[in-house]
Design a protein around this ligand. Structure first.
Ligand code: FES
Length: 122
């Protein structure tokens, strides 16, 4: 059985442009909206809620990882306007051989949002 690459979404994030945490948290809203989108499509990645990626000052934060792929942390994902962009990015990530999505191939809205990348284990 092969495991799909994963889009991890921090559900406890506060948006970087917010004055205070919301209820539900901005990260939870991002996860809920992505989950709704995933339910309507057969996507090449799995979705997982996580609590804190230690990127709180640049929330909302997500992490992409997968077997044999570079891992990526993205920040400042707007839960209102970037759902489709995030889905496109995660799909391209999942379909790439090593997890590398060229800068030009990334959706415009997320092109400059990479916080870190982590080398694959294998
Ligand atoms: S609460 Fe989301 S990165 Fe810390």
């Amino acid at each position: 059985m092969t495991t799909k690459p994963r889009l991890n979404i921090c559900t406890t994030c506060t948006a970087s442009n917010a004055d205070a945490p919301s209820n539900p948290r901005h990260g939870q809203t991002l996860f809920d909206r992505m989950q709704e989108l995933c339910a309507t499509r057969d996507l090449p990645f799995d979705l997982k809620p996580v609590e804190c990626l230690t990127n709180c000052k640049s929330g909302c934060s997500v992490a992409l990882n997968g077997s044999g792929k570079w891992g990526y942390v993205y920040g400042n994902v707007d839960p209102e306007s970037m759902i489709d962009d995030l889905c496109e990015l995660a799909s391209k990530y999942a379909e790439s051989e090593k997890g590398i999505v060229a800068w030009r191939e990334r959706p415009d809205a997320l092109r400059r949002n990479v916080i870190a990348r982590i080398p694959p284990l294998d």
